[in-house]
Design a protein around this ligand. Structure first.
Ligand SMILES: [Fe+2]
Length: 231
């Protein structure tokens, strides 16, 4: 698939922005909510545990979170996933024990206008690495592994592609410092847009069209919250 409303999507694009949106107390409330929510996915292969932020577990916090994001993003709709009852998740908690591969969270519906993702670190250390290259197709994982490339995704699963590749060798120093979990040949032609070193109390606001991945810098585990939005 290819996104249909490309002009609109591109019009809303901007450079990644770091902001302090939530107070220390609110960050603590969000971490407490994470503990009581039921587990949504445990992806053994990626070694990540995910929980959807189901509304109504803490109504006061739901309201605070939505309104504070709205102050920053303007009008938006949630586009994370839906609960069994069809309620929009407010975000996805991801507790990772090993770093996420190169991917893009550009969604699965061609006639939707994808907008920003809001990443709020909860337990570090960790980094999220954004590349300049953007992707206007379906949510995709980028790989040069032949077997991986032949994977046929079910609905709601990422495509596999190597169409991100260019010619230029990737920077060896940056690879060594942040991206040693990724084959350097899978980064050919890629340039860094932003290396976001997680700081608790900050949030990162970034376009959903940017290709990105986690850095290799994980001590045991890290926990973050991501909210995907559309217009
Ligand atoms: Fe992502």
């Amino acid at each position: 698939m290819k996104h249909k409303y490309l002009d609109k999507i591109k019009n809303f694009e901007s450079t990644p922005k770091i902001m302090k949106i939530f107070s220390e107390e609110e960050i603590e409330m969000i971490k407490e909510l994470y503990i009581i929510l039921p587990e949504t996915v445990f992806n053994k292969k990626q070694n990540v545990r995910k929980k959807g932020w189901i509304p109504n577990y803490n109504k006061e916090l739901d309201k605070i979170y939505f309104n504070k994001i709205k102050d920053v993003l303007g009008d938006f709709k949630m586009d994370t996933l839906k609960s069994d009852k069809g309620e929009d998740y407010y975000g996805l908690f991801h507790e990772s024990f090993s770093p996420l591969p190169l991917h893009v969270d550009s969604g699965f519906v061609e006639d939707e206008v994808i907008y920003k993702q809001v990443i709020t670190p909860l337990i570090g250390p960790g980094d999220t690495i954004f590349f300049k290259k953007r992707w206007y197709g379906k949510s995709t994982t980028f790989t040069i592994d032949k077997e991986e490339l032949s994977f046929k995704p079910s609905p709601g699963q990422n495509d596999r592609s190597c169409a991100h590749l260019g010619d230029k060798e990737f920077d060896k120093e940056i690879h060594k410092k942040y991206l040693s979990h990724i084959d350097i040949n899978n980064l050919k032609g890629m340039e860094i847009e932003k290396i976001y070193e997680w700081k608790i109390g900050e949030s990162l606001i970034v376009d959903r069209t940017h290709i990105h991945c986690a850095s290799s810098r994980i001590n045991n585990k890290k926990l973050g919250l991501t909210t995907f939005t559309k217009k």
